[in-house]
Design a protein. Structure first.
Length: 291
């Protein structure tokens, strides 16, 4: 009787089946967790690319618009003058010189407004909005001065605003006039154009449903995911803006006509050495940045 019971093999495979099922479940949970992290990583990288290109796109639009207004300034300011020659040349036929002066101030206000809005917080806000729509939780603010700047500066000189006289049936600049020191046309501070803007998109740690099998793997949450991208405005036809201290308004118009056919566009560019980016060295070592 005892010998027959020892020969009974029923139930011996049950422990092996339980261990096999447990191993399969753990492997399945690991695959799901890795899939979630990989999916989020791709989403965050796409969000970073879209955010960087959005900021560069808004800066490019601003440069195109500022270039147009700049060319209008060059169309009636004939010559700025110099230390030797007297201040010459802001003249619009049959226009009161005071109105010409007001037009100059208004055009400068418009360009200045474009620089402050599109080349400042507006580009960042739109980039952050696009990153959220692309699946990230937003982009991090980096302490890089002038990262969203358009790189435009303005010359301020004395201008003589002329009245109009008719000579042999043709309009010509003539007294009375008055002289004012005003902002004229804008120029690019860097001959290569505005600097690149960098976007670091992020997705906050998840600890609600994922990761699966927290007790098995000893992982309480899926860590924060970061991705980095960079973009900058680019114009293949030229800068659209004159050089610093350009004297003749015709050169301003020529630079605009030379580059307007290409127009400023937004292009993704390499980020470069991330260790040189202010703000990045302070990120904890456990948060790897993908590029």
């Amino acid at each position: 009787m005892i010998k027959s019971k020892l020969k009974n093999n029923n139930g011996q495979t049950l422990p092996f089946m339980c261990l096999t099922v447990l191993a399969l479940v753990m492997f399945w949970m690991l695959v799901v967790n890795m899939g979630v992290m990989l999916r989020d990583r791709i989403i965050v990288q796409n969000a970073a690319d879209c955010a960087a290109q959005t900021a560069a796109c808004y800066r490019a639009r601003a440069l195109n618009l500022a270039g147009l207004y700049n060319s209008i300034l060059g169309s009636y300011i004939v010559y700025e003058g110099s230390k030797i020659l007297p201040p010459q040349g802001a003249w619009i036929p049959f226009n009161n010189p005071y109105y010409t002066y007001q037009l100059t101030k208004n055009l400068n206000r418009m360009i200045s407004g474009i620089i402050r809005s599109y080349g400042g917080g507006w580009a960042y806000l739109k980039a952050n909005e696009v990153a959220k729509k692309s699946g990230a939780d937003g982009i991090k603010s980096l302490p890089i001065p002038g990262m969203y700047s358009l790189g435009l500066k303005v010359d301020k000189v004395k201008i003589r605003f002329w009245s109009t006289a008719v000579v042999y049936g043709l309009p010509a600049p003539a007294p009375p006039f008055f002289t004012k020191r005003v902002n004229t046309w804008y120029y690019l501070k860097d001959k290569y154009g505005p600097r690149k803007n960098i976007a670091i998109a992020y997705k906050r740690p998840q600890s609600n449903f994922f990761p699966m099998g927290k007790n098995f793997f000893g992982i309480t949450e899926i860590p924060e995911i970061l991705a980095i991208a960079a973009a900058r405005p680019y114009n293949a036809k030229g800068s659209m803006f004159p050089k610093k201290k350009t004297k003749w308004g015709l050169k301003v118009i020529f630079k605009w006509l030379q580059a307007v056919s290409g127009g400023w566009e937004a292009h993704l560019v390499p980020v470069g050495d991330i260790s040189l980016i202010p703000g990045l060295p302070g990120i904890p070592a456990g948060k790897a940045i993908k590029h």
